[in-house]
Design a protein around this ligand. Sequence first.
Ligand SMILES: [Zn+2]
Ligand SMILES: [Zn+2]
Length: 261
Amino acid sequence: MQIHVLASGSTGNAIFVDMDDTKILIDAGISARRIKQSLDAIGAKIEDIDGVLVTHEHRDHVNGLPTLLKKYRLPAYACPDTWQAMYCRAELPDDCCLSLADSLDIGKIKVEPFSISHDAADPVGFRLYAGGNKVSIATDLGFVTPTVKGALALSDVLVLESNHDIDMLKNGKYPWPLKKRIMSNRGHLANTDAGWTLARLARKAHTHVFLAHLSRENNRPELAETTVADILTNQGCKLGQDITLHLTYPEQISGLSRNTK
Ligand SMILES: [Zn+2]
Ligand SMILES: [Zn+2]
């Protein structure tokens, strides 16, 4: 099993997952050229991608889709309302734009989307199952609903939003309406939200967590990591054993390879 967060944050998101030899891309918010270069760098081929899953229509998640789908004819899956709300939908080849079902199989990966609370048409996170492993992805969400908590439980690998430090956001230079939007129930998760979500989650013995979608303006990678780590340690979690934290970056690949059980 391999997970590589190719890019993360408001300038573009893309995650590559390889489970049981099935290869999936989650979101294509960076250019197709950069996706190809990133995959080359980790020894994967863009032509081998079995499907693209789209979480929601915001540009930082779909900007690379037109070229990616036109050039490589990859099947892409999104909720019908997401397709409808997508600014670049008219540019996409119709036969590549497929509807996301409650559950679907792409190769050997079973994909189960779940609803998240965010200011988009029908935003989702994903659970991916293959070879006895579970990978869950939840970025761009204002708060963690019971549905999300249930969906993330007992994952082997989690990609979870840790968008901002609440004080940096409050004291920062963003205009108040934007601060309010980010802090709202349909905005983005704070570092403390990520920490408490992980602390309260039903977990497997060893969980790997990628802290994702960090704000450049209102967060720092080290701050996200220490905030989450402090909450987990205070709650009796052994870091590096119970949970291993990984950071993600806007312009740097962050990955993990694990032998499948
Ligand atoms: Zn986003
Ligand atoms: Zn978004």
